[in-house]
Design a protein around this ligand. Structure first.
Ligand SMILES: NC(=O)c1ccc[n+]([C@@H]2O[C@H](COP(=O)([O-])OP(=O)(O)OC[C@H]3O[C@@H](n4cnc5c(N)ncnc54)[C@H](OP(=O)(O)O)[C@@H]3O)[C@@H](O)[C@H]2O)c1
Length: 276
């Protein structure tokens, strides 16, 4: 049986391939990349590499041919993601793939989060496709919080605009390992996995990350409007500011506050500790 991971030059996908190789035979692992020139690190792993671009349905059909189970990593190009994902689902159907695991977003079917509409659409397309599926509704990567890491390391105050809103941060490697385990079929199957850590506020997250450092940083609550002004003064483009603020508002409004032990159950162990 062939297992395929899409867009394997990306971070989550690459880590998933590494975990997959501990679970299934290397000869059964296939990856797609949109740019073969960026695939050096995959060549080193010795997996079969096929070229496929989410914008090019025929490349996807060809790449998926002969494959049984696919880990479909959501695209990092948000500008045309709905179109790209439609192509991927069409190609999965055309290539007669048996099972797809799709990396979605927390409560994608009901969420009002800024990133949710593409995920909701993709889940709907997959459900309508007749494919066997699992939705891997990944909560937030800890690695998104580089600004908080820097503040802690440089002992600088950290501004947050999410009030008492919580997100379910977990290490990207835990999401990657869970994805590989679901793709390999080594965990009890479920249609929807709400994957993430225990929901935390920013002050709670900062407290955990600071560990036993003696000097604790100041956590400064601000309004989204004040923060947007600061980002503007720092020269960030309007659309980037809109996206950042949108995500912060989503956290404030509880869109990422999804308590679940699915990640721990899939991993069969406690989550990796949250550290910088
Ligand atoms: N839960 C979270 O906190 C969170 C945060 C950020 C993103 N995400 C989502 O999770 C996904 C995986 O995260 P990540 O950290 O691995 O992101 P990443 O390293 O930025 O990877 C994004 C991937 O999307 C691929 N891609 C973009 N356009 C494509 C196209 N037309 N055809 C095929 N592939 C295309 C990129 O390919 P190239 O390598 O060729 O550029 C790259 O492999 C992201 O793409 C995004 O949808 C989740």
């Amino acid at each position: 049986m062939k297992y395929l991971v899409t867009s394997a030059t990306g971070d989550l996908a690459f880590q998933s391939v590494q975990f997959l190789l501990t679970l299934v035979n290397k000869n059964d692992v296939v990856v797609t990349v949109r740019d073969l020139e960026k695939a050096e690190k995959l060549k080193v792993l010795g997996v079969e590499i096929r070229q496929a671009d989410y914008l090019d349905e025929s490349s996807l059909v060809e790449a998926f041919t002969g494959v049984s189970r696919v880990l479909f990593i959501s695209s990092g190009d948000l500008s045309s993601r709905a179109r790209q994902h439609r192509n991927v689902v069409n190609a999965l159907i055309s290539a007669n793939v048996q099972f797809v695991a799709y990396t979605s977003a927390p409560k994608a079917d009901q969420s009002t989060a800024i990133v949710a509409p593409d995920h909701k659409l993709t889940e709907e397309l997959i459900m309508a496709s007749g494919l066997n599926y699992a939705f891997l509704r990944n909560n937030w990567y800890l690695e998104n919080e580089g600004m908080l890491f820097d503040a802690i390391e440089q002992k600088q105050p950290f501004v947050y605009v999410t009030g008492s809103g919580r997100a379910g941060w977990a290490k990207k490697s835990d999401y990657a390992e869970a994805a590989a385990r679901i793709l390999a079929g080594v965990v009890p199957s479920k249609l929807i996995y709400e994957l993430g850590g225990q929901p935390l506020t920013y002050p709670e997250l900062a407290d955990i990350l600071q560990g036993n450092r003696e000097e604790k940083i100041a956590l400064i609550p601000e309004s989204a409007e004040e923060y947007a002004e600061q980002l503007k003064s720092a020269g960030l483009p309007e659309e980037v500011i809109g996206f950042i603020i949108g995500i912060q508002k989503d956290i404030k409004n509880g869109q990422l506050d999804v308590p679940s032990d699915d990640l721990e159950v899939v991993l069969g162990r406690p989550l990796t500790e949250l550290t910088i």
